[in-house]
Design a protein around this ligand. Structure first.
Ligand code: ADP
Ligand code: MG
Length: 238
């Protein structure tokens, strides 16, 4: 369902070769974390996968189909934006239902999907509230709910917790990990936070200047960092 393969994917902005060439296999159901310092190309890579940017070269295969030229809405992926991307004047229910309304799905089905998502995310009692009447963590869950109702092949998160305080961040990390265990859907999670990467990932992709330094499980990276950059970044004793 949610396998994603990048073959020789590159991205150039003007003169800047932000991503020279990336090959990567993401398996169906995997929780993959892209980690690396600010400016290394994490968001760009995620946006290429989502189709929000066009590749300069190479191929993107989603679920066995060439999706390199496919419009974002045709890729079957859901990008989870930070919670401030909610519509402030709409209720939680309307915010979650929004992508389904856009897709002209009938009301009974929308209600069923919104109620299901709310149950998974513990938002059932908050459906009639406005975003400003919610905590930061609840708002983030609404943003995730908006992705869940579309039943995507994969969820793409770009530093979704970076505007939450430290305690809440730990909480939301656990919630997103639990959500992954419940849904078993592929998730790609971008962060510059090593702890987040080490605690959440099945597979970590360490990026540096638009290149992959290493791909492996948290334990692989800790025990056998490929080079000093990875060792330094992950904080392992090489
Ligand atoms: P990260 O998410 O890892 O912090 P980005 O993917 O946002 O990194 O950016 C990688 C590099 O690409 C940076 O040097 C950034 O300035 C550059 N970049 C990103 N988007 C654009 C754009 N639309 N136009 C020009 N340069 C860009
Ligand atoms: Mg970024």
């Amino acid at each position: 369902m949610g396998s994603i393969t990048l073959r020789n994917v590159s991205k150039v902005f003007g003169e800047a070769k932000v991503i020279p060439s990336i090959d990567l296999d993401i398996n169906d159901g995997e929780f993959v974390v892209f980690v690396g310092p600010s400016g290394c190309g994490k968001s760009t890579l995620l946006r290429l996968i989502a189709g929000l940017e066009d590749v300069s070269g190479g191929q993107i295969v989603i679920d066995g189909q060439d999706a390199t030229e496919a419009a974002p809405a045709k890729r079957g992926l859901a990008m989870v934006f930070q919670s401030y991307a909610l519509y402030p004047h709409m209720s939680v229910r309307s915010n979650i239902a929004f992508p389904l309304k856009m897709a002209n799905i009938d009301k009974a089905e929308i209600d069923r999907k919104v109620n299901d998502a709310a149950r998974v995310l513990n938002l059932t009692d908050y459906l009639d509230r406005k975003p400003r009447q919610l905590s930061g963590g609840q708002r983030q869950r609404v943003a995730i709910g908006r992705a869940i109702v579309r039943q995507p092949k994969a969820f793409l998160f770009d530093e979704p917790l970076s505007n939450l305080d430290a305690a809440l961040r730990v909480n939301m990390r656990l919630e997103i990990s639990e959500l992954h265990q419940t849904l078993k859907t592929t998730m790609i999670y971008v962060t510059h936070d090593q702890v987040e990467a080490m605690t959440m990932a099945d597979k970590i992709v360490v990026l540096n200047r638009g290149r992959i330094e290493q791909v492996g499980s948290p334990l692989d990276l800790y025990r056998k960092p490929a080079n000093l950059f990875v060792a330094g970044f992950i904080g392992s004793p090489r």
